[in-house]
Design a protein. Structure first.
Length: 312
């Protein structure tokens, strides 16, 4: 399961009591930069990643300063994505328990408190590592330099050459008591510069996975960007504010995710269609286009009233 932050709504004018507020610089017609207030809503989304389909398991709003003070009178400022995400992780564990095997997270979550939380729930973790001066990447870089490349192979399906460096049993992160495995994968495609993936793996079962599977898992985190966020805004108009109140916005998002999940299940499980590898949204868009064309060919309006009483 992937967890990531998402900002679908922002405005310089329209706002509600639950909006988050930040100062941004905008360029006026005169060419001068002016700092103004921008109102926005920020959510944390949990997407179940799978080889056949991706479905949404949960959404949690990031609370503004006023909402946080309702629970903590001494708090100052909006909460961050990380705080909302940790609340969502607890909620997901209460709802789904051991149905979830592991979480795939970006570099924001590569810290001891999140790793400790995942371990307490019995979840594995695959976390992107970016900050070279912070543990566990700092120690991993040293160990990778001391040890030679441990594996290289040609991925003919992706047309890639992949090289791995892999170290385990890292315990230099003082805020996490468990052991961390750190993997670096350098991926080279013909005619392109190499791309490097550095990531940490926690959890006893997750740390035992093969390198190629681990790389596939960490790269699948982009499903939440492509299959979910990009598709929802680009093709389904979910960035439109139908009614600007916190409850209304959340209701629309929950209704939308229910429809999105049902559409995924219908296309990939009921119809048995395969996802196109380059763009996972292409398959859904194609099915929707076919459905629209076939509806347009109906010779007369559908007798919905009669169909409601047809038990067959």
């Amino acid at each position: 399961m992937a967890i990531d932050g998402w900002e679908p709504f922002s405005s310089y004018d329209r706002h509600c009591p639950n909006c988050l507020v930040r100062q941004v610089k905008v360029k006026r017609r005169t060419g001068e930069l002016e700092e103004v207030e921008q109102y926005y809503h920020h959510y944390v989304v949990a997407l179940l990643l799978g080889p056949v389909l991706d479905v949404v398991l949960g959404i949690e709003p990031v609370r503004n300063e006023e909402a946080r003070r309702d629970r903590d009178p001494e708090h100052v400022g909006h909460e961050g994505e990380l705080t909302a995400a940790r609340r969502l992780i607890d909620s997901l564990h209460d709802t789904y328990g051991g149905f979830i095997d592991a979480l795939v997270l970006d570099a924001l979550y590569a810290n001891g408190p999140v790793m400790t939380q995942l371990t307490a729930h019995g979840y594995g973790g695959f976390l992107v590592l970016k900050k070279e001066k912070n543990e566990p990447l700092k120690d991993a870089l040293t160990l990778w330099e001391m040890e030679e490349r441990c594996e290289s192979y040609e991925d003919r399906g992706r047309k890639e050459h992949v090289e791995f460096w892999d170290v385990d049993d890292i315990e230099t992160l003082t805020s996490y008591k468990g052991k961390i495995r750190a993997v670096r994968a350098v991926v080279t495609k013909p005619g392109e510069d190499p791309s490097t993936w550095c990531f940490a793996i926690i959890g006893q079962r997750a740390r035992q996975l093969g390198r190629r599977t681990a790389l596939q898992i960490i790269r699948s985190r982009w499903h939440i960007e492509n299959t979910a966020f990009h598709q929802w805004v680009q093709y389904w108009n979910l960035s439109h504010v139908f009614r600007h109140t916190q409850n209304a916005l959340m209701s629309v998002l929950l209704l939308w995710t229910l429809a999105f999940n049902l559409l995924q299940l219908f296309i990939y499980r009921r119809l048995g269609r395969c996802r196109r590898p380059k763009d996972p949204t292409d398959t859904i868009r194609h099915i929707v286009e076919v459905m629209l064309r076939e509806v347009a060919t109906l010779p007369e309006p559908i007798p919905w009233a009669a169909l409601l009483f047809n038990s067959s």
